[in-house]
Design a protein around this ligand. Structure first.
Ligand SMILES: [Zn+2]
Length: 238
């Protein structure tokens, strides 16, 4: 599916990236990814390529491109004013390799850029938290704790599922109900990544959390995140 330039810019912004990530190895990696997309696109008789050397200065980077009948045109420019330009000369079709290479690059950079930590827990590649307090490194197979900062929606989805299936828990001196699970996850997510959390809460809608009690069923259902539904309904009726 074709992507627009604005969608590509939005990817960069919502990943909370800024120009501080622009190092020569990263810009070269971006060049490699865009170049590969140009190659496989077959555009310009299969001669669409990035030029060899990207330019990187403080607060500025550019990659240029060429084909048989032109040279030195913009592939991508990170301008000083924060505006990212994508092949300004190109039409919707010819800009696609630039945009898809850029999108792939944003995904790659995002994987390694999250610096979230809480106590001795830190985010690792893939967006999972691991316990860094014992100096033993992490088990790549252990995917039990999703990072609330870079994978906010996944984190909240998992918490919703847990809150809706667990009426009470206790481990390591800590105990509570499904309602507590949801409330604490919501708080953690909003603190870790307020923008993504607000959006994810909207998307997830009402959470029917379980709360252990003395009733015959052993629990009751408490509706949480209800203001999200109210807002969503409001939007539909406007
Ligand atoms: Zn993370």
């Amino acid at each position: 599916m074709p992507m627009t330039r604005d969608e590509a810019r939005a990817l960069f912004a919502t990943a909370k990236l800024d120009y501080s990530i622009l190092t020569m190895p990263r810009v070269q990696r971006l060049r490699t990814l865009i170049n590969a997309k140009m190659k496989t696109s077959g555009l310009f008789k299969g001669e669409y390529r990035c030029r060899q050397r990207p330019i990187l200065r403080p607060d500025y980077a550019e990659i240029r491109c060429k084909a048989s009948y032109f040279d030195g045109r913009e592939a991508i420019t990170f301008n000083k004013d924060g505006f990212i330009g994508f092949a300004g000369w190109a039409d919707e079709q010819n800009v696609q390799p630039v945009l898809s290479g850029f999108a792939e690059w944003v995904r790659e950079v995002t994987k390694s850029v999250c610096s979230y930590e809480i106590g001795d827990w830190q985010c690792r590649e893939g967006g999972y938290l691991w316990y860094a307090g014992d100096g033993e490194g992490y088990d790549p197979e252990d995917t039990s704790d999703i990072c609330p900062c870079c994978r906010t929606k996944d984190f909240l989805e998992a918490a919703k599922e847990e809150a809706e299936s667990c009426s009470s828990y206790s481990n390591c001196g800590d105990s509570g109900t499904g309602v507590d699970i949801w409330a604490s996850a919501e708080k953690v997510a909003l603190r870790a990544n307020p923008v993504a959390a607000a959006k994810a809460l909207q998307d997830l809608g009402v959470v029917a959390a379980l709360e252990g009690d003395d009733s015959p069923e052993g629990y009751s259902v408490v509706l949480c995140n209800t203001q999200a539904k109210a807002i969503a309904v409001g939007q539909h009726t406007v």
